[in-house]
Design a protein around this ligand. Sequence first.
Ligand SMILES: Cc1cc2nc3c(=O)[nH]c(=O)nc-3n(C[C@H](O)[C@H](O)[C@H](O)COP(=O)(O)OP(=O)(O)OC[C@H]3O[C@@H](n4cnc5c(N)ncnc54)[C@H](O)[C@@H]3O)c2cc1C
Ligand code: SF4
Length: 502
Amino acid sequence: MARFEIDDVADFVVVGTGAGGATAARVLSAAGHSVLMLEEGGWLRTEDRPRDMVGAMAASMRDAGAQATRDAAPMPLLQGVAVGGSTAINSGIIWRLPEDVRTSWTRDHGLGELVDARGLDAAFDAIERDLEVAETSDDLLGHNGGLMRTAAERRGLPGRAMVRNSKRCEGSGECLQGCLTEARRSMDVSYVPMAMRDGARLHTHCRVSHVERRWGRAVGVVGDVLGADRKPSGRFRVRARRGVIIAAGVLHTPVILLRSGLRGQVGKRFQAHPGSAIVGRFAHAVGQGGGATQAYEIPMRARGFKIESLSMPPEMLTARLPGVGAEWMERIAQLDHHAHWVAQCRFEAMGRVRVGFDGRPAVTYHPTARDVGVLLDGLALVAELMFEVGAEEVYPGVHGVPEVLRSVDEVAALRRPGITRADLHMVASHLFGTAVAGRSARDSVVGPSLEAHALRGLYVMDASVFPTNLGVNPQHSIMGVVHRASAQLANQERAGRWRWAS
Ligand SMILES: Cc1cc2nc3c(=O)[nH]c(=O)nc-3n(C[C@H](O)[C@H](O)[C@H](O)COP(=O)(O)OP(=O)(O)OC[C@H]3O[C@@H](n4cnc5c(N)ncnc54)[C@H](O)[C@@H]3O)c2cc1C
Ligand code: SF4
């Protein structure tokens, strides 16, 4: 019997097909290299994706959305596990790398070449053309987003219609379940097929366990082929003639690196943008379903948070309504009268990812008192904005604060001292920093070219390499940085710097 169910070879093997992996595959294959993509999840065809939220989460999210930090108050960490990675389940919000972050990465982390303004802007321009990036039009704001715009205008806040990679959006409000019309240009319907048109190949249901090395360089990966039950049904090996690119996302990339013998800063600088939502009830219908899933935002960068409209399917919104019995039934009967807005925060806390006893990522992460203050400030502003546009009731969802606020004066309860992390529920879907890039091998895992300091021919190309979080939605910055690094790699390999024959 063959030892490996799949035994394959390519110039470059790319592990993971999310924002980072798919971009690397697209750039390298367009430059004429042979590329093989490995993806733990399946390729969920648009028409086969479950439309109900619970089914959609089970089909496309890591642990059906139950992956969380290990803590007395666990924080869910949402990630996609499918072709397209987390982009297959996201809202398509697009932000270029903020200038203050670019400056800090240049000055404090020696990444000036990687994030050089001209080069990075050219990468962003190319991605925006490829992924049909456009500002959300007024008719797609929906009432949920439209109400937020009115609130921002009344308070003189810097709100804006979101820029998203879905110019042809029809406003079905179902981005998280997968876009039926494929208007949202997630990686599974854009860069993965584009790379395949240029000759790249893809093996799905292949979970990489570690990188193989020979003569001091990375020469391939091995792992498990997964069956329909997601359990191992065989082994695979893929050899890489020129480079191994790990892009398994912020929690799984460090696990692969640690299993492959890398140490130092691997897993140590985990960061996030945790967020929490507030629901408000209005006298008139709000209608969650009308408009884009996420449409309007109010960036409050100096205060460390951003407010976003987020339409929720009924089964999720219902879970946020307070009360029991007749009171609860009365609120449910008015489900379409509720707005749902989120405060997404740039936390300062740094956590750590280790390999857990079960072989999966074990994440420790403790938001600081300052972080708790930032989130409460964001939630208080959300509540004030809802009252500004006529909310009758606001449900803050914070332990120790009344579960229903009925006037703007009651919002002060969210600013009272004594509320701790354990009183708050948060979710994080923007994750960073477990294999950071930098100049020195002591302080970072990969150099400015994203090649590992400790192993030649091994590259990390996902959000793990970000030395700090951003304060804005990350997919575009990830794609931009990887676009640049993989274009440099393609050119360097074409010039024949490394040549390793299998
Ligand atoms: C619900 C949700 C909504 C979001 N909304 C937005 C948004 O609107 N705008 C925005 O900018 N960002 C958004 N984000 C964040 C954004 O999608 C991620 O930051 C980005 O996709 C991360 O890119 P990545 O390449 O690091 O990892 P991912 O995109 O997560 O890709 C990692 C891939 O690696 C695969 N993988 C993992 N382990 C292995 C293994 N051992 N072997 C093989 N394959 C493996 C995974 O299955 C996955 O496909 C959202 C995220 C979520 C979860
Ligand atoms: S709101 Fe609907 S049509 Fe628009 S991008 Fe999202 S899923 Fe597609």
